[in-house]
Every structure is written in structure tokens, then in C-alpha cells.
Design a protein around this ligand. Structure first.
Ligand code: PEP
Ligand code: MN
Length: 332
């Protein structure tokens, strides 16, 4: 970290800020220029409050050299992390399809969709049991029963199951869930992240509606700092001024995250666009951008879906998407 001091900094001010930094266990290298004194702050600066430092009278600006995320940082872990979901690997060149309905609705619905997406090449079945709906009057999910139905589909098909947790109190219900999803709305529920870090379950961490990639990585850091390094990141679109699509799918997040972190990155073009007609094109684009996987909403009867029907593909549409994605992967 570098702190550039104001041109009129007195020796007393320089001594005082240097002593303060050293008292925090950091080394300080002082360079005196003709105009400015520059402090090179060396050591573990993760706990240094840069805004506080910058607010000091004598400080002109502060620049971090290393980001405050260490566990998730590519610089400290150059090799790609491969997350193992019960033998299914994702990351480091291993690509997976996660597919299924927005919400688990009935035994027939989840079983039919599971069989169809598995036949198309999906290795993981998604389905919400606890649904974070904007309106409290909308379908909230089948809750514990939804997880039971997912477990039955897992038994019948051998697919790993992925479902969202909204409250840590429900964790005991997730014992047989293979990947626990933290949704966009909970990306910064730090208590939840910390507790999930105490498990060894793979966590699918979705980017918040208005969060930067750095904030996403700081949230991953919460899980990893508590002891769980099985984190899969998900770009699912962010809120912008555009209203034609449900969100703006930020595909530059994929190569950017691959530079910033070693964690696998998947893309959700369903929530990213909100329109089934746009999902295949954005799935191909995400694949070309280097995504380690896709999470796609598929419903056996989209017009009658209890949640997100407009962005859900039919199983036939998913068959085609999966085949096209494989062709892009071959080209790559
Ligand atoms: C979901 O995957 O069903 C979901 C609610 O996604 P998000 O948290 O990205 O909105
Ligand atoms: Mn959904």
C-alpha cells in the first residue's frame, strides 16, 4: 500500500503517521521527494482502513497494491481451483451444465425436468425450494418438501443437486444438497457466508444486483476465511438503466474474474436476461468468454411455471443449447 502525503507535511506529522502504521505491525518505507513524501506500507495491509488513512489531514491519497482478498486472489494461488461436487468437477478446464426449474413445484415436474436435462448433458440439477421473491404474495417455494423432491430426483438420476439457502437456521435441511446456492440478494449476508464457510459444501455464490466484482470476491473471501474454499462464482446480471432485459449480463466479468481469482466462474443467462429467447445467444457468448459452466432455467411447461416462466427454456430448447455450447467448446 502506498500513501502519498500532502506537500506541506511536517516532520512531526510524518513521524506520527509512521508510528501509527508501525504500531499496527506494518513496515513503513519513507521516500522523500522534492514535493511529496511517499510512504510504502509493507506487510499484511488487509486490516488497514484505507478510507480512514485517507481522511487524515496529512494524507493526499492512498493506493492499494494488493487487493484485500487473499484466499480468492489469483496472485497468491496461480492455479485454477477445481471444485469437486461428488465426483463432478468444475473449473480448471472442466465445464458443467447446471439446469432445472426456477422452483421445485411438483414431484412430476422436477423428475421430468431432471431426466430431460440429464439426457442433454447436465450434471447438476437446480431447483429453488426457498425462493427469494420480491413480493411476499408470490409463490415462496415448497421449502423442506422441495428439498425432499430434489433428493428424490437425485436418487433417480444420480445428478448432483443445487438449491438456494436464505437463512442459516435451515442449514440442517441441506445435508443431502450437493451445492448450496447463495442468491444475489444474500451475496452480502456476511453472517450467512461465515456460517457456510464452516461447512465443506461447495457454495454457488451469485453476484449481487448492484455489486462490483471486488465485492463479490470479498464475499467469497468470507466463506474461504472461515475454512471452505469450495466456492463457485456466478455472474447473473446486474442492474443498470436498461429496461429491455431483466438485468444486464456482464460477460466481461468472466475474463475479468479469471484474472482476479482462481475460483471457477459460471454464468446464469436466465436471470441475466429474463427472456427465454435471449438465453441461447448469451449462453454461447458466456461459453466463448471462458465460463466454467452455465446455470440455466428449464421448465417442462414454462407458461404455467410458478416462477420465472418467461426466462425458462423448454427441455427441447435446452437440448439445442447444450449441443451448440459443446460446439463452441470444441472450437475453443
Ligand atoms: C435463482 O437462481 O433462482 C435466483 C433467485 O437467482 P438470483 O439470486 O441470481 O436472482
Ligand atoms: Mn429464477
Amino acid at each position: 500500500m502506498i500513501a502519498v502525503l500532502k506537500p506541506n507535511a511536517t516532520q512531526q506529522q510524518i513521524d506520527s503517521i509512521t508510528a501509527w502504521l508501525r504500531s499496527q505491525g506494518l513496515d513503513v518505507h519513507i521516500s522523500t521527494g522534492t514535493q511529496h513524501t511517499v510512504l510504502g506500507v509493507i506487510g499484511d495491509t488487509r486490516n488497514v482502513d484505507t478510507e480512514l488513512l485517507e481522511s487524515l489531514e496529512v494524507v493526499e491519497r492512498v493506493t492499494r497494491i494488493t487487493e484485500p482478498f487473499k484466499s480468492a486472489n489469483r496472485k497468491f494461488h496461480p492455479d485454477d481451483t477445481v471444485v469437486d461436487v461428488g465426483g463432478v468437477k468444475i473449473g480448471g478446464g472442466n465445464f458443467q451444465f447446471i439446469a432445472g426449474p426456477c422452483s421445485v413445484e411438483t414431484p412430476e415436474q422436477i423428475m421430468t425436468v431432471a431426466q430431460r436435462v440429464k439426457a442433454a448433458g447436465a450434471t447438476m440439477l437446480r431447483g429453488g425450494a426457498f425462493k427469494p421473491r420480491t413480493s411476499p404474495y408470490d409463490f415462496q417455494g415448497l421449502k423442506a418438501h422441495g428439498i425432499e423432491l430434489l433428493c428424490e430426483a437425485k436418487k433417480a438420476t444420480g445428478m448432483a443437486i443445487v438449491t438456494e439457502i436464505m437463512s442459516i437456521d435451515r442449514l440442517p435441511l441441506f445435508a443431502d444438497v450437493d451445492v448450496i446456492q447463495v442468491g444475489a440478494r444474500n451475496m452480502q449476508n456476511f453472517e450467512l457466508l461465515r456460517e457456510l464457510g464452516k461447512t465443506q459444501k461447495p457454495i454457488l455464490l451469485k453476484r449481487g444486483l448492484a455489486n462490483t466484482l471486488k465485492e463479490l470476491l470479498m464475499s467469497a473471501e468470507y466463506i474461504m476465511a472461515s475454512g471452505n474454499s469450495n466456492v463457485i462464482l456466478c455472474e447473473r446480471g446486474i442492474r443498470t438503466f436498461e429496461t429491455s432485459t431483466r438485468n444486464t449480463l456482464d460477460l466481461s466479468a468472466v475474463p475479468m474474474l479469471h484474472e482476479m481469482t482462481h475460483l471457477p466462474v459460471v454464468v446464469d443467462p436466465s436471470h441475466g436476461t429474463g427472456h427465454a429467447s435471449l438465453v441461447p445467444a448469451m449462453a454461447l457468448a458466456a461459453t466463448a468468454a471462458g465460463a466454467d459452466g452455465l446455470i440455466i432455467e428449464v421448465h417442462n411447461d414454462p407458461p404455467h411455471a410458478l416462477c420465472d416462466g418467461a426466462q425458462s427454456l423448454t427441455p427441447d430448447q435446452f437440448d439445442k443449447l447444450a449441443a451448440d455450447v459443446r460446439r463452441i467448446r470444441e472450437v475453443l
